[in-house]
Design a binder for this molecule. Structure first.
Ligand SMILES: Nc1nc2c(ncn2[C@@H]2O[C@H](COP(=O)(O)OP(=O)(O)OP(=O)(O)O)[C@@H](O)[C@H]2O)c(=O)[nH]1
Ligand SMILES: [Mg+2]
Ligand SMILES: [Zn+2]
Length: 290
């Protein structure tokens, strides 16, 4: 057990304390001076200055720090994708998988809205399961698959990520109706969600089990990832990379590349294409930053 910041709003960090209550705390000026700001998810030590207020005295070292949403100490990223409405965005899914790998967080793929296209939903699940990812498929509307997901959230701090409108807030509401997070219709005009969720809050689902809802997004930057290590975050590419002729093979234009041999059989072509696109993006970034 530990003291954990579950929400930050207007100057106050709301700390879930070991004793089990939520205490609003101010962060010492010290942190601001050092440019070291508390984040939702931080494990902290605090001092009580009155019955209902505290001051944060220490922030424990972070396991990781995600940028979108800006949270710390995440064990698991739950990437939510809808079978339909909005149509699956595989490139964003693959991008989030890469980011969670390099942030040392576990990935769980959650396919929602099975009620709208059961076959498509199961197809997505089968594809990513065959690559080696942990997956759950569910429908908030039909209330199927929810207990499965709940089990996989247990004893971890997870964030739900994914495009606007895929049903992240709906999923949390379905698991824990008491939270009543705001959800909204997918826009009929654009077929996209409307970015209903704005703030980051950690919700407590049970002992040592937290989940954060996040606003949907469609852009995420890679930062601080070495392009030569990108292939490690694609399990199926990593598997064959040891057999490439050159051990620094980037699986792009090199001769004797075993990864390229496997495209269309052991490796999905669209996954490989996303790998190449991310690789080029990272190379450009590397050149740009010197
Ligand atoms: N048919 C169907 N609709 C669903 C399901 N789950 C959620 N929805 C609907 O999808 C819409 C968007 O859901 P939200 O939970 O607001 O989506 P979100 O991912 O939180 O979106 P942002 O907060 O904008 O990122 C709402 O109208 C939900 O009722 C489902 O399993 N089936
Ligand atoms: Mg939402
Ligand atoms: Zn190769």
């Amino acid at each position: 057990m530990e003291n954990k910041i579950v929400k930050i709003a207007s100057e106050f960090c709301y700390v879930k304390t070991i004793e089990g209550d939520i205490l609003p705390c101010k962060a010492r000026g010290l942190f601001k001076k050092k440019g070291y700001r508390p984040l939702v998810g931080d494990r902290v030590n605090f001092k009580k200055i009155s019955a209902d207020q505290g001051v944060i005295e220490e922030i424990m070292p972070r396991k990781n720090e995600l940028q979108r949403p800006y949270v710390a100490n995440i064990d698991q990223v739950v990437v939510v994708i809808a079978a339909k409405a909005p149509d699956p965005n595989y490139k964003l899914l693959d991008r989030i998988l890469v980011l969670s790998y390099f942030n040392k967080a576990k990935s769980l793929i959650c396919v929602n809205k099975l009620d709208l296209d059961n076959n498509k939903g199961l197809e997505i699940q089968d594809k990513y399961k065959s690559i080696g990812y942990d997956c759950v498929a569910l429908s908030v509307k039909d209330k199927t698959g929810l207990s499965n997901l709940r089990e996989k959230l247990s004893d971890k701090t997870s964030v739900l990520a994914g495009t606007s409108g895929v049903g992240k807030s709906s999923i949390i509401n379905a698991i824990e109706p008491g939270f009543s997070l705001k959800t909204d219709e997918v826009s009929k005009k654009t077929g996209r969600g409307k970015h209903t969720t704005r703030q980051v809050t950690l919700f407590e689902l049970g002992e040592n089990t937290y989940v954060a809802d996040t606003p949907g997004f469609s852009k995420l930057n890679f930062k601080g990832i070495d392009y030569q290590e990108l292939d490690r975050s694609f399990p199926e590419i990593k598997e064959y990379s040891a057999m490439c002729k050159f051990n620094d093979c980037l699986h792009d234009k090199e001769p004797g590349c075993e990864v390229k041999e496997k495209i269309g059989s052991e490796i999905y072509e669209d996954r490989y294409n996303n790998y190449l696109e991310f690789l080029n993006e990272l190379k450009k970034g590397a050149a740009y930053h010197g």
